[in-house]
Design a protein around this ligand. Sequence first.
Ligand code: NOJ
Length: 533
Amino acid sequence: MSWWRDAAIYQVYLRSFTDGDGDGLGDLRGLESRLPYLRDLGVDALWLSPWYRSPMADGGYDVTDYRAIDPAFGTLQDAERLIGAAHQHGLKVIVDIVPNHTSDQHVWFQEALRAGPGSPERERYHFRDEPNNWLSRFGGPAWSQVADGQWYLHLFDASQPDLNWEHPEVRAEFVSILRFWLDRGVDGFRIDVAARLVKEAGLPDKPGQVGPVTSFEDTGPGPDKDRPEVHDIYRDWRRMLDGYGGDRVFIGEIWLDDPERFARYLRPDELHTAFNFAFLKCPWEAGELRAVIDRTLATHARVGAPPSWVLSNHDVTRHVTRYGREDTRFVKRIRDVEAPTDLDLGRRRARAAVLLDMALPGGVYVYQGEELGLPEVFDLPDEARQDPVFARTGGADPGRDGCRVPLPWSGDAPPFGFGANGSWLPQPPEWHELTADRQAVDPASMLSLYRMALRIRREEPALGDGGMRWLESEAGVLAFEREPGFACVVNLSDHPVALPAGAPMLASAALVETAAGEGKLPPDAAVWLRTSG
Ligand code: NOJ
């Protein structure tokens, strides 16, 4: 069976992982030094956020050279060494590819600026004499004007001009870039903004466009997403990848709520898997979770692709914080900032949630720091914030820096072993309680729970790829079994619940002893059971 069908993939947001050279920014040497930690955690693969040469206007999702490593992260040799070292630790390496847009500092865009209106150089992007009414995903208009009066399209920051995917040179260039990294041994690609590469011909206005659009709500089909032609790109890429040998993978970043349209990207000749954002966005509520799980399984079964389960990433409010609120959905941060939060409750639920997602059929993602139970950081000083969303919304949306704060590894004071000389975003002093070193020796810590869960998940034949069956349960409880001999129960009700027959293997919280001596599962907790089978 292919490894990616049920892999546990750890997302490394490189800038915030570990600083190996003391400049306050995470880098490849820092990551290499932590490979034993990742091996011991028990994940199968690493997905690295973009490591390419970049002015870092959007944390590296603004690339100037797709074949070079940004000097702040290291060198191409460091990258090659990292891939080799990860493989020696039994870890696959997935890199992020950013095909929707380049940096405005990319040589193509600079040539386009110099060559002027009507030039072939401008054809690689979307230049127009008049903008349409589209808005940037980061706030404000999706068009900026250049000195000669023309406008260019950028679905994200003004420093991220959208490429024209109708252009044969654009298509050829990305196949060549993919090959460049495949030749260096990467095991796959996470495709940024995968559903938006192709725009509707003529770039028509969007009917009923309302702004701002910094939310992750999917408003349905539009001229700037999910165009049918985008599938041809992935069919081309898949043909190339399949010719490569090895068992390599394409993972789509696809924010489409319509399961039917989402599944089209996962047809056998396109991408292998995609992030399950429906699960990430789902509130902590039994009925809604069950519905999302059922829909996910049905959607993926139709195309034979493995489902994936995601709780957090570098774009969304950390789930310990989301789950500590009355409204546990992730919609957008503007609202998130104001909501009162009970972090103890959030952590209890996060512990239960990870036992749920690691027990479901398919693959799982772990976003760096979630294994430490890190919360979102809201009180970053404005001058420290780097996410362009903050500036583009005039500060109305604080942006995503709060889920990107550098990790606390050890010690009692910042930078908590992140590096020798501070960190690019300040860490909360109270994170001394959450360092990896401290949690590693505490069997009750979030880190210990992740380690145990990942170990069991790897060893249990019932877990990973395969099927599941719901067990009868009372309202507010999710219970399912998997063959052979495994059951998972999650209690989202407000009272302790009795468990089906079986021996507890791992629980997110201590079971409550009843007078009759049997264990009940407390609210906001989950348990894995060995059943007879
Ligand atoms: C999605 C990435 O996850 C996000 O961080 C980035 O800002 C946008 N794509 C634009 O590349």
